[in-house]
Design a protein around this ligand. Structure first.
Ligand code: PLP
Length: 371
């Protein structure tokens, strides 16, 4: 007996978790566009548009602003393997899961990692970054702008000034902020920044937009050792995205179609309107959550509009509630990670998923689950 396989038919979910978010129908349609070769003149134009539109969302003039093949972690790894050489010192700020991941990768690069530990749910204070930098000779400071594991939005500007005073490079994780929450790469003095397509850009997961300053380009030119990863070596990849258009690896054509379309949607909406929409919907959600007698988790004044962390009330079974939401309402929300397992819910309002309707839907569903 040969086994038969049915057509793909997953449930139609309202994606209000930590990512992926719902994908705009225009992006899904763009993905079905017939392929051209990855060196086709038409594709080269599509690459140019994509780089231009990416500079707009990153608010930068950096030439090297491209999507890396791979998810957000590929962007994280790209930044660290290219900027760090064995023996370099790196200050890594940790107040959530993704800071921990950066420290792990930096260590794998052979760097001496100096960690700045902060309480999960609170921001990293600029003074603690300065304390870590003092006399360290660190080459790099790495920090997460939007900590998806806690819902904290980290202020970057003051830390950037400190990092510059110590002549170090600033690396920022903007996976859960880019395209939904303001990220000003040039104005904030960020040297390296990466994101992911599946959050506020509302594309499927699969690309990691990155941008690097001229200072980083100089660091790349003067490296003493080869970048440990062949696949993520920017010195080679920039020759594909630059004027030379040298083959490095086959670009994921359909994903680049998708990203270009999602960036075109952002361009049409306008960054200011988009940020405002994310703030308005998050404020409405928080008002509803608090009206239900529930409490937000992240430090007041530093909450992310794209990821809203809510404390699970005493005596409530986190998993049961999430299962109820999924089975009854087709809504996905996230649970807590690490020490926060069972203690918070993470409600994403990202990109195409950040709508007034979704706010009402998730509030009513939660209310029904807790009744
Ligand atoms: N950084 C942050 C802040 C994230 O939220 C994530 C994913 O959720 C990542 C990095 C890693 O991205 P990915 O899971 O796409 O590899």
């Amino acid at each position: 007996m040969t086994k038969t396989y049915g057509e793909l038919n997953p449930g139609e979910r309202v994606l209000l978790g930590p990512g992926p978010s719902n994908v705009h129908p225009r992006v899904l349609k763009a993905m079905a566009t017939p392929l051209v070769g990855h060196l086709d003149p038409d594709f080269l134009e599509i690459m140019n548009d994509t780089m231009e539109l990416l500079r707009e969302v990153f608010q930068t003039k950096n030439t090297l602003t491209i999507p890396m093949s791979g998810t957000g972690s590929a962007g994280m790894e790209t930044a660290l393997v290219n900027l760090l050489e064995p023996g370099d010192k790196a200050v890594v700020c940790i107040n959530g899961l993704f800071g921990q991941r950066m420290a792990d990768i930096a260590e794998r690069c052979g760097a001496q990692v100096i960690t700045v530990e902060g309480e999960w749910g609170r921001i990293i204070e600029p003074e603690s970054v300065e304390d870590a930098l003092k006399g360290s000779g660190a080459k790099l400071v790495a920090i997460v702008h939007a900590e998806t594991s806690t819902g904290v939005k980290q202020p970057i500007e003051e830390i950037s000034r400190i990092v510059k005073n110590y002549d170090a490079l600033l690396l920022v994780d903007a996976v859960t902020s880019l395209g939904g929450v303001e990220v000003k790469v040039d104005e904030w003095g960020i040297d390296a920044c990466y994101s992911g397509t599946q959050k506020c850009l509302s594309c499927p997961p699969g690309l990691s937009p990155v941008t690097f300053s001229d200072r980083v380009m100089e660091v790349l030119r003067t490296r003493k050792t080869k970048v440990q990863s062949w696949y993520l070596d920017l010195t080679m990849i920039q020759n594909y995205w630059g004027k030379e258009r040298f083959y490095h690896h086959t670009a994921p054509i359909s994903m680049i179609y998708a990203l270009r379309e999602s960036l075109r949607i952002i361009h049409e909406e306008g960054l200011k309107n988009r940020f405002k929409r994310h703030i308005t919907n998050s404020n409405a959600l928080v008002a509803g959550i608090e009206a239900m007698g529930l409490e937000m988790f992240a430090q007041e004044g530093h909450r992310l509009p794209s990821l809203n962390a809510v404390k699970v009330p005493e005596g409530v079974d986190d998993v049961k509630v999430r299962k109820y939401l999924l089975e009854r309402f087709n809504i996905e929300i996230g649970g807590g990670l690490g020490d926060l397992k069972g203690k918070i819910w993470r409600i994403g309002l990202m990109g195409h998923s950040s709508t007034k309707n979704n706010v009402f839907l998730v509030l009513s569903a939660l209310e029904s689950a807790l009744r």
